[in-house]
Every structure is written in structure tokens, then in C-alpha cells.
Write a new protein. Sequence first.
Length: 165
Amino acid sequence: AKFSPEYIIRIIGLDNSGKTTILYRLKGDQSSISTVSTNGFNLETIQCMNKNLVIWDIGGHRNVRNLYRHYYPQSHALIFVVDASDHQRIDEMKDEFAEVLKCSEGVPTVLILNKQDKENAMTESFIKEQLKLDDIKDRKWFVQLTSALNSESNSSLLQWLSNNI
Ligand code: GDP
């Protein structure tokens, strides 16, 4: 078999934002090579454009996130998932995103604005302004709107990752 290099990608964000659901959908769209799933921890290897994307969903609450932050700089890309319908946790989400940016200089980052099917979803421009996306100069970044519950494709996300890692 042809050799496919491996890339480490971490899917992060607040609990309940939809990380696990998104990972499951990514797996459904592509030929998945392997799945590891234990309590609160999922690992998926997906092949895209002759690259093996090893996607880690560590999950967990604040203390777990703090622990895993040390691994962000050693990742090839980050996928930060936002629950666009969760107005109440916008400040927590902003804090978390700021922390992530601080400790992952240069790591290509995808922002998924999830739960677009919900009527109260915040707009893309509002979230971009809240997160000060246009100020980010230290990395390549990409925004994708999704509803992980619907069967829409994640192919543009995978394509962006494959092209930018
Ligand atoms: P995680 O904690 O970030 O891994 O979040 P989960 O993937 O477990 O999702 C949390 C909850 O949000 C679950 O009840 C999901 O079914 C739900 N959910 C995830 N994505 C969407 C979405 O796009 N729209 C809606 N309405 N619910 C979603």
C-alpha cells in the first residue's frame, strides 16, 4: 500500500458544542480507517487526499481541557467547535478560544459554527466579531457553518484541512 503521512488534529471547544457528533459525521462521510472510543474519548483516523487525519476528541470539562492544552502546539491543526445557539455561554466560549489561541501559535485552525438548524443561532458575523477572528495573524484559519444533526457534507472542512496542514 502507498504510504500516507499522518497528521494529528484535535477537535476542541466547550462541552455540548457538538464535537462528538461532528466527529461521527466526519467518519460517516469518508472511509474511516480506525475508530477508538472509550469513556469520554474518541479517536478517528480518516483518509483524505492521501493524508491520514488522526482526529482526537478528548471531550471533558474545564480541568481536562486545561490539561490537554499542552498538546495543542504539537498538533497539525485544531478544530474549534462553537454551539452557535448557546447565547448564555458566549463569554465562556470567548475565554476558551482566547486560551486556545494563546497556546497554539501557528497551528492551522478551523472554526465550526455548529447547530445552524436552531432558529436562535448567532450569526457568523456576530461570532467572528466576538472572537476577533480578523485579528488572528499567526495562523491560517477557516470558518465553516454546520448542523451536525443534518446530513450535510463535511467535505469542504476535510479539504481545507488536507490543503493547509
Ligand atoms: P460534545 O460534548 O461537544 O461532544 O457534544 P455532543 O456531540 O455530545 O453534542 C451535544 C448535544 O448537542 C447532543 O445532544 C447533540 O445531539 C446535540 N447537537 C450536536 N450538534 C447539533 C446540531 O448541529 N444541532 C442541534 N440541534 N443539536 C446538535
